[in-house]
Design a protein around this ligand. Sequence first.
Ligand code: NAD
Length: 509
Amino acid sequence: MAAAGTYEQNLATAAELMPKFGAAPLLHLIGGKKVASASGATFTNNSPIDGRVLGEVASGASEDIDAAAAAAKEAFATWSVTPGAERKRILHRVADLIEERALEIAIVESIDTGQPIRFMAAAAVRGAANFRFFADLAPSANDGVSLPTEDHINYTMRQPIGPIGVITPWNTPFMLSTWKIAPALASGCTVVQKPAEWSPLSAALLADIALEAGLPPGVLNVVHGLGETAGKTLTEHTDIAAIAFVGESSTGTAIQIQGAPTLKRVHFELGGKNPVIVFDDADLERALDAVIFMIYSLNGERCTSSSRLLVQRSIRDDFEARIEQRIAAITVGDPLDPATEIGPIIHPRQCAKVRSYVDIAKQDGAKVVVGGGGDVDPDSQYVNPMMFAQAENNMRVAQEEIFGPVLTVIPFDDEADAVAKANDIEYGLAGYLWTSDTGRAHRVARDLEAGMIWVNSQNVRHLPAPFGGVKRSGIGRDGGDYSFGFYMETKNIAVAYGDHIIPKLGNHD
Ligand code: NAD
């Protein structure tokens, strides 16, 4: 794991790394070359730490997406038939370089997103693990099955679908980009990525690494820009076969509409308001640790955060009191300080959104508990961890994805009530449950409407396992072979043994 340095070391490394992003606009990567936008347009990128300008970024539009899609189409002709062993070799090289530069990636990511270095160090290494995992699967990606009948042998093979548009969000951009790009490249697809405009820097680092690793020109293209321009054009492009998107549910709806005329295949990882259910028979110490970790880590800007705590009414007051005590001691501060547990919120707009829920909670009758050991400057992008206690499931704070360090606590009476409340929501990404009753654990896991359930655990990922949501949380699954199901087409080939009956038309003898 890339251990984060001391605060002083991280500040010193940042002072070395960051000037290059301010010296010249961050460029697109198209066809193996770093290029400005055809129009010359740029947008400004600021750090959430103190609003300082990190630099200008090329702002792509339709001409740039056209060029990137053309490059990806051209490269697809060779990359799609490059032997799996060779794809494996190159993707392992990408992983090696990510590992070598993991601390640099983590520091740049922390400064660009506000995510604490303690989590970004691990996220950078996880990016390398994503590449290694899918690299190892590349040689078998085309494999199919044999389905013989008496007179035919049917067999299948998988072939890469074509150039993929990858559109990523700002919350943990590097890790999430690798989670999409690695399986796409391992399957033989080429990629045009449109990174989030609020956190573009780590995508540029991955582009550099891909070039250095020897990924052929055009196999990975990166076009920076805004969602409504560069992103929209990418989803509409005739040369792009499919869109792998991670972001808000409402953006997913827009992309489905934009992609409909070209019949885009879509893979969506969308929003969540994930329940964590704590029964009174649970190991409450471990449950407390997991509840707190899963909402206050990564600034609460985490699609699988357990933002909705459903706690059995008999232990509600005690459990709320324990949370209050713990969040009082959560450290809010500079994300480059390894002691920091919550950093600044990505953008003034997102920060204002998070803060707006304080009034909404009060109006609805929830009790607002503020942690973090003191005030933060209301003009900054720092917010203290919060708990909306004594809430009810129909309140806005219980139903809407806030995407910040904010936990809403809702009581339930019994198992049926817990399941009903957990499912009474438009989202269905993840669910967590804590109980010592094995039968109940299986029953509730079966009945929860979510793509992923963790029992007596926080979000611990196993890369071959399927990842994805139901309802408004997503379409499709990632992970292991599930990813290839999206990035590849399955072809069936039926070959006659030679002696089966062929119906004769026009032959009346
Ligand atoms: P967002 O939907 O605002 O933006 C995501 C990306 O889509 C950005 O690159 C943006 O530029 C682009 N975009 C915006 N409008 C577009 C359009 N019309 N056409 C094409 N592209 C467009 O999401 P965000 O605010 O960056 O990220 C936070 C959201 O992501 C949260 O809802 C979170 O739950 C979700 N998320 C989900 C997962 C998951 O695995 N389910 C993981 C991480 C984040």
